[in-house]
Write a protein that binds this ligand. Structure first.
Ligand SMILES: Nc1nc2c(ncn2[C@@H]2O[C@H](COP(=O)(O)OP(=O)(O)O)[C@@H](O)[C@H]2O)c(=O)[nH]1
Ligand SMILES: [Mg+2]
Length: 350
């Protein structure tokens, strides 16, 4: 990374990293381009910023025009508690699994490359949903360039493998390599399953300037899903050999997307791994609205729920009253109070 990046630039970059919506990302990218020091050392980064501005502008344009037969939409708007992408080699059974888990009519076929565009669907878990996005395949000699765009809003990945395929270890290696080359790293650290990924030690260049990572590299938690368990004798053993061979630290699950065996474990695993917290809101003197929880992550607060309800409520928020397992009934808490799963909350304004 080049030196001499100014605090203003870094602030824009930080905002870009944290932005989720394409419109917001675009705004911060423009700010990055405007504020980046223009010299040889930043040429590469300037090029990357311009390329992403172009990509995101096109995506936004395509999304606006969809229905009017414009360009295809590659980036699916996040819905539900989290967005999870299905990745895997051709014929691993991604589309079959998508269909089994979401009830979608994803294109399933005994021929490779049946799935051409990302396809969203909703995977239910108790009273919430995860958004599952079926993706085209990745192999050693094939990857859609736009998969990188599609993965920008994702919260995690299911890497689907065909346990009955003798070459499945090579397939996984090829997928990880293809993604790494495109600045997407998969890892096995999920907040609810294993302690958080250790942050790299800060590094400094010879001018004493902190070397910061490439803003366009993304790192996503992954689960290895061994599919077609109906075709092997001991799917758990096959999976274990696979993770040891590849020295992979991903959590695993084994399923048959065809028969449905093991499929119910996937949503429960995601719920635990992502540390989803459901919160129900209520009006003073009325029962809680239990029809639709707001979903947060462990550690998120009363203020974060208020933000989801309405930004004016967040701005005017004074305190919350909570009914739940980690508070006494009607306990008054400040905006910074972290919520627990199934808390009921009343939001009080100034
Ligand atoms: N026996 C068996 N076949 C499966 C299973 N999942 C998928 N298939 C078959 O594998 C082929 C490829 O599936 P598809 O979902 O299109 O794979 P994709 O390319 O990864 O999307 C299809 O013929 C499916 O019917 C499974 O769990 N067991
Ligand atoms: Mg498919």
């Amino acid at each position: 990374m080049p030196a001499n990046l100014t605090p203003v630039y870094r602030k824009a970059e930080e905002a870009y990293r944290n932005a989720r919506e394409p419109g917001e990302k675009l705004e911060h990218l423009k700010e990055m381009l405007r504020t980046i020091p223009k010299h040889k050392g930043t040429d590469h980064l300037q090029g990357d910023i311009k390329r992403w501005i172009k990509e995101i502008t096109e995506e936004i344009g395509a999304a606006k025009q969809s229905g009017k037969k414009k360009g295809p939409v590659h980036s699916i708007r996040r819905e539900g508690a989290a967005q999870i992408a299905l990745l895997g080699a051709p014929n691993a059974g991604k589309s079959q699994l998508h269909s089994q888990l979401t009830g979608s009519k994803a294109d399933i076929g005994p021929y490779p490359f049946t799935t051409k565009l990302p396809q969203p669907g909703m995977l239910p878990f108790e009273d919430i949903y995860f958004q599952l996005v079926d993706m085209p395949p990745i192999s050693s000699d094939y990857i859609e360039g736009w998969i990188v765009n599609s993965l920008q809003p994702a919260d995690g990945v299911l890497v689907v493998v065909d346990l009955a395929d003798p070459a499945c270890a090579e397939h996984i290696q090829a997928i990880l390599q293809q993604l790494t080359e495109r600045k997407i790293d998969l890892h096995g650290y999920w907040p609810g399953l294993r302690s958080p990924k250790p942050l790299p030690e800060p590094a400094f260049d010879e001018d004493g300037e902190e070397i910061i990572g490439d803003p366009f590299r993304i790192s996503l938690p992954a689960i290895l899903v061994g599919n077609k368990s109906d075709l092997v004798n001991d799917p758990a053993a096959e999976l274990q050999v696979l993770t040891e061979l590849l020295e992979l630290d991903f959590p695993t699950a084994h399923v048959s997307a065809l028969t449905g065996a093991g499929c119910e474990t996937v949503s429960a695993l995601l719920f635990k791994a992502l540390q989803i917290v459901r919160v129900y809101t209520k009006q003073p003197g009325k029962p809680a609205d239990t029809s639709r929880p707001f979903t947060l992550r462990r550690g998120q607060t009363v203020f974060d729920v208020a933000t989801q309800v309405h930004k004016d409520i967040a701005t005017g928020l004074r305190y919350g009253k909570i009914w739940g397992t980690e508070a006494y009934a009607g306990q008054q808490v400040g905006p910074e109070h972290a919520l627990a799963d199934k808390d009921i909350i009343e939001l009080h304004m100034k």
